[in-house]
Design a protein around this ligand. Structure first.
Ligand code: F0G
Length: 365
């Protein structure tokens, strides 16, 4: 009997470029730099669905399960593959942490040098460790993310540097893959999609992807896009640059987003809304999601969950009382909780003797 290798299905293929090549700016000549990113779980969440009510189904797209622990890997596989194809010597980015971790890892894999420009003292410890261990040149600056991005734009004018922030269109192209996966799995686009918003590249990418799948008749539906900024870092919501953005969600501590205009278009064209959530609401949502659904995310990611809770309330920009019964809702949670352990408030138990009675007393039930 002749054994024939079956053609692997889209799900079996590893990596965003391998699975969505026809929707990406790559050709046969593009060397693929991949760590098997994407294909992250779309988790049905019974308790979140209960909170929304009226037979609605809530799914969480858990992007923390990408190779470097955030959604950035989807764009970085494309950005580094294209950089290698063009013969780049070095890549550079500004970052609130996750972009630098991802750029450093994919640059290591591509054998390209990497420099990351970071706001000094404002990067979550897990992300900073990643940038160093993957071998990037780490440059802390006296200033915030917006200042770091300004310097990076200047560096990008030199021939030796390729910028791998989301102002590089290859990044946005790769990040479209998350929305493709959602449609492939649900059989159509959801009715509503909730996302945290920082530099605004991701909401831009999702909306672009939903539209592309709609134009190609792969999806019949187009979702309403709801973006959430942290209350202390909400330039799009206030329609005004924030000079000194502040929030516990350090990943979205951004006062002048690069993809501001395209994010506004996504929200406008999808009949969606941009709204804000407070640090308190973000941390509560983070704790709630971990202890009720078993999904641990970093604070910025919990902004979409805090946003969902806010929408259950009348004071939201998009109150769910307008929602059709049995709507399908997706919340993207963008990064893993372990990246920022300092953000979690907990009290360590005091140690006891290794005796059954003492341990039982300590357990308390
Ligand atoms: N969530 C996380 C965990 C992030 O790291 C970011 C952005 C966002 C949400 C917002 O996504 O910028 O596309 O609107 N992090 C960037 C970085 C800015 O440098 O890692 P966005």
């Amino acid at each position: 009997m002749i054994m024939r290798a079956a053609t692997p299905s889209r799900e079996q293929r590893r990596g965003v470029i391998d699975r969505y090549r026809e929707f990406l700016p790559v050709s046969e000549a593009t060397p693929v730099v991949s760590l098997g990113e994407g294909n992250t779980p779309l988790i049905p969440c019974a308790r979140l669905s209960e909170k929304v009510g009226r037979g609605c189904q809530v799914f969480v797209k858990y992007e923390g399960l990408n190779p470097t622990g955030s959604f950035k890997d989807r764009g970085m596989t494309v950005a580094l593959s294209k950089a290698l194809e063009r013969g780049a010597q070095a890549v550079v980015c500004a970052s609130t942490g996750n972009t630098s971790a991802s750029a450093a890892a994919y640059a290591a894999r591509a054998c390209i040098r990497c420099a990351v420009i970071l706001p000094a003292g404002k990067i979550a410890s897990g992300k900073l460790v990643q940038a160093y261990v993957y071998g990037a040149k780490v440059v802390p600056i006296e200033g915030n993310f917006d200042a770091a991005l300004r310097v990076v734009r200047e560096l990008g004018r030199r021939p030796e540097f390729t910028i791998v922030n989301s102002i590089n269109p290859d990044r946005i192209a790769g990040q479209k893959s998350a929305a493709f996966e959602i449609v492939d799995e649900l059989g159509d686009a959801p009715d509503l999609h909730l996302l945290p918003v920082g530099n605004a590249g991701n909401i831009t990418a999702y909306w672009r992807a939903y539209r592309e799948y709609h134009n190609a008749a792969i999806a019949r539906n187009l979702p309403v896009m709801l973006g959430f900024q942290a209350a202390g870092s909400a330039p799009i919501f206030h329609d005004k640059v924030v000079e000194n953005p502040e929030t516990v969600a350090s990943a979205i501590r951004i006062g002048n987003p690069a993809s501001w205009q395209s994010a506004k278009e996504a929200i406008h064209d999808s009949k969606g809304e941009i709204d804000i959530v407070t640090d308190e609401e973000i941390l509560e949502a983070q704790q709630w999601l971990a202890s009720n659904e078993g999904i641990f995310v970093e604070p910025a990611s919990a902004a979409s969950i805090a946003g969902l809770f806010k929408c259950c309330d009348e004071r939201a920009a998009y109150p769910f009382k307008e929602l059709q019964p049995e709507s399908r809702i997706v919340c993207t949670v963008t990064g893993h909780g372990l990246k920022d352990p300092e953000a979690v408030r907990f009290t360590r138990g005091t140690s006891v003797q290794p005796l059954e009675a003492d341990v039982l007393r300590a357990i308390g039930f």
